[in-house]
Design a binder for this molecule. Structure first.
Ligand SMILES: C[S@@+](CC[C@H](N)C(=O)[O-])C[C@H]1O[C@@H](n2cnc3c(N)ncnc32)[C@H](O)[C@@H]1O
Length: 474
């Protein structure tokens, strides 16, 4: 771990910590990887059986059902069940923000800073069977990781949008809950084995705090009176945490007391840099790493009052894009049923969307974006129309592949599955018709391949491909 500088940089926080020695000791130990099982793709029992076969040791996380620490196995993001969407790898303490948000079925939730989508996915899973998450991200280059999370986990209740969260254009007062998992200086992530720590400059911290204030302000404008905004960061600095709340909340929001059974936390600080802060910021939770052997995290659960907020001074900028609209061409579904032997009723439960004429997207029926918000995607891609034929999408086959009765190519061995998920072509003799096939290995639905003349060509899109080495647990 890169240590140079951080001891000095973190010394300013020692007066806030109950046991500075324990914190130092903890910061020097790398984090244990953590993951949660995706109930849309697998049961906890199926996942545990897989781990037992592979010799992977799990420790359940008491405060989050279905989540585990992985005690051995170095690369949980490089396994076949990972590719098939059975689980999501997430820093343990980061999961606490969605526990604080407490989404309820049927609600409309906005995740203002969403990529790579861990918390979006937690919300989407908790919302079922009804409700919608709008997952917004400003950085185009991070949208692909967010889209990959939605596709891999098969999240049919997520709409992805691409806006600056400070200017998010949705109608105000319609959201039940808004999550602001803010960009920050990331001091709480120093235990990540991959992390290269660099000292935070004051200039960068001030820029982060200004962005955080603007994001929180917009969230308070968007949420319903009486609704919940959760503000979280993975940094220690009060300038990015309690002081942001102190500067923005005014009469518009109140920090509520909350706790998470099984997690130790310290209260938010109410004095910093010679300044006294409003008393309710003390109800926020500071998860110092040594308290639960995790990364560092800050979470505040804010209840919106009914005091009207002044309109945003900044104009909403809509990017000129082709809107996504309810699909007018769904004939490809019949072709898909024909090719794979899917029961047509399987598709009756969804609603279909298109942008232009090429890709058909599937989502739960009640899922759409509010007026004025142009989505990047609604649900997951089902198929695309290519001149005379249709091409099934890997995300859809990974979700529905268990129901396929024809043209399923069962890979004979692990090495073949690894080649497939790495995006390679290979020679295979299989009893399927030439053309698009659904590829499976054991219980893992791996997605779309193109078969002909004894050759299987992987059609897994780059964003879902995973390089798995022979000696990884797969
Ligand atoms: C802490 S990360 C979010 C992690 C995510 N919630 C998760 O659980 O996977 C903060 C994200 O905010 C994005 N971001 C930065 N500025 C933003 C803005 N003005 N509006 C929306 N998103 C922004 C960053 O690109 C980054 O992806």
């Amino acid at each position: 771990m890169e240590r140079a500088g951080w001891e000095e940089a973190f010394r300013r926080y020692m007066p806030l910590v109950d046991d500075p020695q324990a914190l130092w000791a903890c910061l020097y130990t790398p984090l244990t990887p953590c993951l949660w099982v995706n109930p849309i793709k697998a049961t906890v029992e199926e996942f545990q059986a897989y781990c037992a076969e592979e010799g992977l040791r799990l420790e359940p996380i008491s405060w989050y059902p279905g989540a585990f620490r992985l005690l051995n196995g170095e690369r949980p993001g490089a396994t076949l069940p990972f590719v098939a969407g059975w689980y999501y790898v997430q820093e343990e303490i980061a999961m606490s923000a969605v526990v604080a948000l407490d989404p309820q079925p049927g609600e409309r939730i906005l995740d203002l800073c969403a990529a790579p989508g861990g918390k979006t996915a937690q919300i989407a899973v908790r919302l079922r069977p009804t409700g919608v998450v709008i997952a917004n991200e400003r950085q185009m280059e991070r949208l692909s990781s967010l889209r990959a999370t939605v596709d891999r986990l098969g999240l049919l209740n997520v709409v992805v949008t691409w806006y600056d969260g400070r200017l998010f254009p949705a109608p105000e007062g319609i959201w039940d809950r808004v999550l602001v998992d803010a960009p920050c200086t990331g001091e709480g992530t120093v235990r990540k084995p991959s992390q290269r720590w660099r000292p935070v400059t004051e200039r960068f911290r001030r820029a982060c705090a200004a962005l955080q204030r603007a994001l929180l302000r917009r969230a308070l404008q968007l949420v319903k009176p009486g609704g919940i905004v959760v503000y979280s960061t993975c940094t220690f600095a009060p300038e990015e945490n309690e002081m942001v709340l102190d500067a923005v909340l005014g009469d518009y929001g109140v920090v509520e007391p909350f706790s998470i059974a099984g997690l130790r936390a310290m209260p938010g600080v109410t004095q910093w840099a010679g300044k006294s802060l409003r008393h309710d910021v003390g109800y926020a939770l500071r998860f110092w790493p040594h308290l639960n052997d995790t990364g560092g995290f800050f979470v505040a659960r804010i209840r919106r009052t009914d005091v009207p907020m002044p309109a945003s001074a900044l104009p909403s900028v809509l990017k000129p894009r082709v809107p996504m609209e309810p699909a007018t061409r769904t004939e490809g579904i019949a072709a898909l049923c024909q090719r794979f032997g899917f029961a047509p009723e399987l598709f009756a439960a969804y609603r279909y969307w298109m942008r232009g004429q090429e890709t058909l997207w599937m989502a739960l029926p009640e899922v759409e974006s509010p007026a004025g918000v142009i989505p990047e995607s609604v649900g997951i891609p089902l198929l695309s129309y290519k001149r005379k034929h249709i091409k099934p999408k890997t995300a859809a086959l990974q979700l529905l592949g268990r129901e396929a009765r024809r043209n399923v190519l069962e890979l004979p061995e692990r090495a073949a599955a690894l080649r497939f998920v790495n995006g390679q072509s290979q020679n295979i003799l299989a009893d399927v018709e030439p053309g698009f096939v659904h590829v499976r290995y054991r219980r893992f639905e791996l997605g779309c391949g193109l078969y002909g003349r004894g050759q299987l060509h992987s059609q897994i899109p780059r964003g879902l491909q995973t390089l798995i080495a022979q000696n990884d647990h797969a």
